[in-house]
Design a protein around this ligand. Structure first.
Ligand code: NAI
Length: 255
């Protein structure tokens, strides 16, 4: 009789599609998931940084490919995920990370700036979940993570569009969790607080100091803090965690 070790089939290499992987939080997530043995599909608009990152991951023994997509364009995003599935043969993990800000006080915010942030930060996650969940159902396994923000939980002056989009991700995620839970697919939100990336580089020093004072851990966040949370939420062992929002903000809100 075969022993249990030799009779069990080896775990498949999980394939993870990560949007906004060219820099910042998305890049840190890609490096972390690749280190954890995932095949990472790096998605963003410009090819150059994606190629460089894929080469870096492959050179260190990991598996990576790229998908040049504009997440604000439903067809581009759908085609990018479909092509990645065709190339990799499966899709197990989706990280909807890419996002933009177009901040302004309510009274000055234009319809265009409201719509474009909703399209890029919220509708794209719906589109990606729709195409990815079909493939995940086939594999009877899926881990979806939507990257929201503490702005979507407690609001933020100057970010009506961004906060609305990020809050929308919480409702979307819970709905995905309910619709696909019985198919082995989980969906969760990771909501970062202040993280030092290009997106936040332009904030005035006094605002950063104010945020620092609000953080119980007395430091600002780094992209690896978010990558660590995503690594857990997308792991095989996190199968009983779904419809949740993991706030990673150094104790800034404790919401
Ligand atoms: P970032 O601005 O440094 O990087 C954003 C990434 O998204 C880039 O790779 C960019 O190319 C990609 N991207 C933007 N629009 C795109 C489009 N239309 N199509 C394809 N790719 C597109 O931002 P960061 O700081 O790394 O943020 C990542 C996510 O984390 C965003 O969703 C952001 O809202 C969220 N977040 C960030 C926080 C921070 O303090 N940095 C705090 C809370 C949430």
């Amino acid at each position: 009789m075969a022993d249990s070790a030799s009779s069990s089939s080896p775990a498949p290499t999980r394939v993870a599609f990560i949007t906004g992987a060219s820099r910042g939080i998305g890049k840190a997530i890609a490096l972390r998931l690749a280190r954890d043995g995932r095949h990472v599909v790096l998605a963003a608009r410009s090819e150059g940084p994606l190629k460089d990152l894929a080469a870096q991951i492959i050179a260190s023994g990991g598996k990576a490919s790229i998908a040049v997509v504009d997440i604000a364009d439903s067809k581009s995003l759908t085609d990018g995920i479909t092509k990645a599935v065709a190339e990799c043969g499966r899709l197990d993990i989706l990280v909807n990370n890419a996002g933009i800000t177009k901040d302004n006080l309510m009274l000055r915010m234009t319809d265009e700036d409201f719509d474009s942030v909703i399209t890029t930060n919220l509708k794209s996650a719906f589109v990606a979940c729709r195409v990815a969940s079909r493939e995940m159902m086939r594999g009877k396994f899926g881990r979806i993570v939507n990257i929201a923000s503490t702005s979507g939980i407690i609001g933020n002056a100057g970010q009506a569009n961004y906060a609305a989009a990020k809050a929308g991700l919480l409702g979307l995620t819970k709905t995905v969790a309910r619709e696909f839970g019985s198919k082995g697919i989980t969906a969760n939100v990771v909501a970062p607080g202040y993280i030092e990336t290009d997106m936040t580089a332009g904030l005035p020093a006094e605002i950063k100091d104010g945020i620092l004072k609000m953080c119980a851990v007395r430091r600002l966040g780094v992209a690896d803090d978010i990558a660590a949370a995503v690594a857990y939420v997308t792991s095989d062992e996190a199968g009983f965690l779904t419809g949740q929002t993991l706030i990673v903000d150094g104790g800034m809100t404790m919401a």
